[in-house]
Every structure is written in C-alpha cells, then in structure tokens.
Design a binder for this molecule. Structure first.
Ligand code: SF4
Ligand code: SF4
Length: 311
C-alpha cells in the first residue's frame, strides 16, 4: 500500500487540525483528525473553517498592528490593508500561507494543510499509550471525512493493524460507495441526524436529507456500532413535531436500543466566522442551548429513545 501520497494527490487530504486528548468524540481518550471540506452548510455550524475543502487564511483583527507586511508579501494581491481596514479577497487567495509567515504579530492563521496518510498516521500513533489505557483511539471528523473515504480507509487500516480503535463522525451526506469503503475498518460511527423534515433540512443545511436517511438505514442494517447525534437548535429542530419525526425514524431502524446524543447549541464558532470575514448566520439565538437540550432529552426518553446530552 502506498501511503506516502507523494505522487498521488488522491492519497492526500487537507487536514485542519489533529487534536489529542479528546473525550467527546467516541469512547475513551481519542485523537481527532479534522478533515477540511463539507457537503453541507448548516446555519449553526461551529467550524466554518472546515466548510471549504481547500486551505484558507483567517484574520485575527485584535492582533493586527496594521503594518501591511502581509499585503506586501502576498503573491496574488489578495490582501488589502490601510486606514484601519484589512481584507482578504478569497476569490484571489490560494491559501498558500505566505502571509501567515510574513505577519510579525500572529494575526493571520492558516486553516488546513495537505497531508498524506503516512503523515497523519505518524501523528496519531504517538498517542497510542493513551488509547490503550482508556479504551480510546482515532476519530476521523470534519468537515466531512467521508468526502475522503479512501484516505480514511487507508488510515484506519493502519490503525487496525496497530490495534487502535477507529471512529467516524459524519453528517451522513455521502455516497453509498464512500460509506461502504470505510464500513469494515470502522469500530464506531457518530452519525448526525439534524432534521427529518426534507424541506427544512434543505433550507437550513443546503442539502436534501434523502442520502443521509438512506445511509442511516444502511448503517443500522449492517450491525455497525452507531450513536446518532443531533444538535439542538432552538426554534429550528426542537418542536414536538420534529422530536416525534426523529423518534419515529430511529424507532423504525430495527435497532434493539436506538441511541441519540443531543448536542446543545453554542456560539463558540463565532470568532472563526469573524476571522473568515463571514457574517455569523445565527445571531438571533441565545448563547446557550443546554437547558433546552435537557427538555428535549426528556421528550425523547418519553418516546423510548435512549437519549443523552453531551457535556
Ligand atoms: S494565503 Fe497566500 S494568496 Fe492568500 S492572502 Fe495569504 S499570501 Fe495571499
Ligand atoms: S502583517 Fe500582520 S500585523 Fe501586519 S497588517 Fe498584516 S495581519 Fe496586520
């Protein structure tokens, strides 16, 4: 197996972050590999830097001294500075990172590095000792890791050979082939079910949910270990009708005990929207959806769904 990817761009992926010691992305202590690129564009997304599949730069306004060094260094004329103004023209920006290196104040940050399977493997295997002691392992997240199913498969094959547990966090919007590619090498799936109503799913995520529901059925039928997850977005997917529809869908999957984890809405991604020059799309919502998530949990428990709230 060629995992170097040196001569084959298909064997590389743009990775935003490799984060160790995570306790919320599968069992035990995990190292999470965040892939860049997502087929959905959920209005409540907390990781806007993962939406585009290409490397990008973000601008941290509070650190900028206004020296203009970045604009001078940019080979594509993609930065405009001066008179308190600083703009990145993303139509021109190639994400090369030259400006990040040129900035003396750390006011520019690069989101995404193209990496080979071998490079990612080199990083994740360093945490092996923590996986062993906690029952943890490696989690592919994003963005959407199934957009790079071949890459994930090769990485997980190495994990399997090394006795390392594997997990995928997915929005479920993927081809049947992509899901099939990773099925035999993945120990756990964390599978998002955002909204059952097709029209509102399209309105709030940019895509229809038919492929997602189909993949959920396929996974349930395969006997894979699946924990379904749902962000609780007050006013968007927490009405009694929404809860009823999700509960009915989960109950119809033929699982002995359908499991659902609720993820309270939060605004932690707001600063990254600012860094990317994107207007935050959910200003109208309150700061913390934890209380609402606990009310929704009760409604699911009443309907026979084994439901928890993530901390
Ligand atoms: S990443 Fe490269 S192209 Fe984009 S603004 Fe910086 S220097 Fe210019
Ligand atoms: S180089 Fe850094 S400090 Fe100077 S204008 Fe650009 S972002 Fe601001």
């Amino acid at each position: 197996m060629d995992i170097t990817g040196e001569n084959n761009p298909a064997r590389t992926a743009v990775i935003v972050n490799i984060q160790g010691f995570s306790l919320h992305d599968g069992p035990g202590i995990r190292t999470v590999v965040f892939f860049k690129g997502c087929p959905l564009s959920c209005r409540w997304c907390a990781n806007p830097e993962t939406l585009s599949a290409e490397p990008q730069v973000g601008f941290l306004e509070t650190l900028c001294a206004g020296c203009g060094g970045c604009a001078a260094a940019c080979p594509n004329g993609a930065i405009r500075t001066g008179e308190g103004d600083h703009r990145v023209d993303y139509a021109r920006c190639t994400g090369c990172g030259v400006c990040v290196e040129a900035c003396p104040d750390g006011a520019l940050v690069r989101y995404g590095e193209r990496m080979t399977v071998a490079e990612v493997w080199d990083e994740v295997r360093r945490d092996r000792i923590f996986y062993r002691s906690s029952g943890g392992g490696v989690t592919a997240s994003g963005g959407e890791p199934l957009l790079r199913a071949g890459f994930v498969r090769e990485l997980f094959e190495l994990c399997r050979e090394g006795g390392i547990d594997t997990c995928i966090e997915t929005c479920g919007y993927a081809s049947r082939e992509a899901l099939g590619e990773v099925l035999s090498v993945t120990d756990h799936f964390l599978f998002d079910l955002k909204l059952i109503d097709p029209a509102r799913h399209r309105a709030h995520t940019g895509r229809e949910n038919g492929p997602i529901l189909e993949n959920a059925r396929l996974l349930a039928k395969s006997g894979a270990d699946v924990l379904f997850r749902q962000p609780v977005i007050p006013g968007l997917n927490d009405s009694p009708d929404d809860i009823e529809a999700t509960a009915a869908f989960l109950s119809g999957l033929g699982l002995e005990t359908p499991r659902l984890e609720l993820m309270p809405y939060h605004k932690l991604g707001q600063s990254k929207y600012r860094a990317l020059g994107i207007k935050y799309p959910m200003d109208e919502l309150g700061p913390d959806g934890h209380e609402r998530a606990e009310q929704v949990q009760k409604a699911y428990l009443d309907r026979g769904i084994h439901c928890t709230v993530s901390r």
